[in-house]
Design a protein around this ligand. Structure first.
Ligand code: NAD
Ligand code: TDX
Length: 337
């Protein structure tokens, strides 16, 4: 029996990954470890919670005793590490928790993996560690691009990447680091651009665009991200970094207009607001190395965004319970100048 620890499996990408793995590998045990912060939500797992090979463990990854106890008890073969503070805007308001969770938490997990032994530690990172690119459409991030993070969030992720690298170089820990572009798809928390836009447009509310809306992101459907991690987990060469991206670059304005048009609403809903501090201009990934390992995305941006919009239309109950809680205070604070 293969035992897989998924950290952050109550969040957006980790949650999709848990369900993807349970479906694809019925013989694997999946341990979802999550502290259930504001971003964690278990209602998404109602259909799997009684499966015999799915387990939930509520632990803070920076709690060394808690983590060591669990590693000792369960003997994990693989660790796939998603748990993090993940929202750039929150890192501008409150950087400290990003260092605690993303840096200290990752180090605690690495120590446990080293002490109790694992087959592979996959560290899920981000293309934001490379900083940003100019608007020139011929430049891309490769695995050799120097790390130049610009936000407290990306600086904390880059720091954790360096620790993962060091545990491989110093202790020969079998690791991979993945750096993906912006994800989107089902169960995306509505503080991020795409679900924020879909949920607000569906409610006939204005959509806040930072600055002039010309910033570019490279969009990756979450299921294509899951298949990439599955591949890296099983076939990645120890110590290597793999970039994951789909060649789906769009300006923020293009993304928002696509959603408004698909939902048959008016562009008058667009509201230009004060720009994000240190707002990265453009992200774009060169995924050649991962493609050579055997990865192919299945979604184009057009098919992926259509599927995602339909999912939010069909699952209003899920996102309505989220935007009615702590999120309301966050939204008011974040968007009131
Ligand atoms: P998310 O914010 O939706 O989920 C994060 C999960 O981690 C939540 O369930 C939360 O409860 C859990 N968590 C937070 N602090 C914890 C702690 N101390 N102990 C245990 N669990 C804790 O994030 P996401 O968008 O699913 O991102 C997952 C990973 O992918 C992150 O590492 C992020 O940096 C990376 N990433 C995300 C994107 C994206 O577009 N969303 C892109 C690139 C990389
Ligand atoms: O209200 C908004 N208005 C707006 O114009 C919000 C929330 C965002 N934006 C812009 C900022 C970015 O240029 O949209 C773009 C996307 O913003 P986010 O959804 O916050 O994502 P981003 O900052 O690009 O980071 C995301 O991708 C990389 C994830 O949140 C990170 O976890 C990941 O590492």
């Amino acid at each position: 029996m293969v035992n897989i620890l998924v950290t952050g499996g109550a969040g957006f990408i980790g949650g999709n990954f848990v369900q993807y793995m349970l479906k694809k590998y019925p013989s694997y045990n999946i341990y979802n470890m999550d502290y259930l912060t504001y971003a964690g939500d278990l209602t998404k797992h109602e259909a799997i919670e009684n499966m015999e090979n799915y387990f939930f463990l509520k632990v803070d990854i920076s709690n060394r005793d808690g983590i060591n106890t669990i590693f000792k008890e369960y003997k994990f073969d693989f660790v796939v590490h998603f748990a993090a503070e993940s929202h750039v805007d929150r890192s501008i308001t409150d950087p400290g928790i990003f260092v605690q969770t993303n840096v200290v938490g990752t180090q605690v997990l690495l120590d446990a993996a080293k002490q109790f032994g694992i087959t592979k530690f996959v560290h899920v990172s981000t293309d934001e560690v490379y900083g940003d690119l100019e608007f020139d459409p011929t430049t891309f991030f490769t695995e050799d691009t120097p790390l130049q993070p610009n936000s407290p969030y990306s600086a904390s992720k880059a720091s954790s990447d360096l620790l993962v690298r060091a545990y491989h170089e110093t202790f020969d820990l079998p690791v991979n680091i993945t750096r993906c572009s912006n994800n989107y798809g089902p169960y995306h928390f509505p503080e991020k651009l795409i679900p924020l836009t879909i949920s607000r447009v569906l409610n006939d509310q204005t959509v806040p665009i930072y600055g002039d809306g010309r910033n570019i992101r490279d969009w990756l459907h979450v299921i294509d991200h899951c298949s990439a991690i599955d591949l890296v987990m099983h076939k990645g060469i120890n110590g290597e970094v793999y970039n994951i991206g789909g060649h789906n670059e769009r300006t923020n304005l293009e993304v928002v207009k696509t959603i408004i048009k698909t939902l048959g609403k008016s562009e008058e809903l667009i509201e230009y607001v004060t720009d994000r501090l240190g707002h990265d201009k453009r992200y774009a990934i060169n995924p050649t190395k991962l493609e050579q390992l055997g990865w192919n995305p299945t979604y184009t941006f057009e098919t992926g965004i259509a599927q995602t919009i339909q999912w939010y239309v069909d699952n209003k109950k899920w996102w309505e319970q989220i935007i009615s809680g702590e999120y309301k205070n966050y939204f008011e604070k974040q968007y009131t100048n």
